[in-house]
Design a protein around this ligand. Sequence first.
Ligand SMILES: [Zn+2]
Length: 196
Amino acid sequence: MRDARILVDDLTREQKKADQDVEQVKTRRERDRSRVEQGLITNPKDLQRMNHELESLDRRISTLEDEELEVMEKLEEAQAERVRAEREEGEVVEKLAGLAESRDTKSREATAALDQQVDERASALGGLPEDLLALYERIREKQGVGAAELRARQCGGCNMKLNAADLGVIAKAPADDVVRCEECSRILVRTAESGL
Ligand SMILES: [Zn+2]
């Protein structure tokens, strides 16, 4: 990007210089021509020399004009390249801004989701007796999950089948009694599918 700008500046200077060179030689040619036209040169030898010089000036102008044209072409290319580079730079800036925005949005969403989970957990725990919560927390610290569903006579935590005697005890226990797996000590949650 910076290189493209420098190149355009350099070529702009070069083109100005080439233009000045052409104009300088043209001015000299005009001066010589008008001298000839005004009849200021009378000596035939001088006149011949002057005509030679005018021809040589024509060639010089043509060469300088070709050079200037070449510089102008390079300048046009460099300007196009600069426009391209500037557009690319703009796109990158825009993309970065977009990424930053979506990162901020995601972060806000994640924070909101976390807040909601914390709220939900707090309200879910709100109705439970404190000793049950303490028991749950104690088991959770050891086992990762403090409670498991008793499903088809099997503990959902350790997957052990409960024996008939234990099942008998659990089946007779009141619904608000806390029953636990003999194997992993998790709190067992009784449902219609428990097989009791
Ligand atoms: Zn278990």
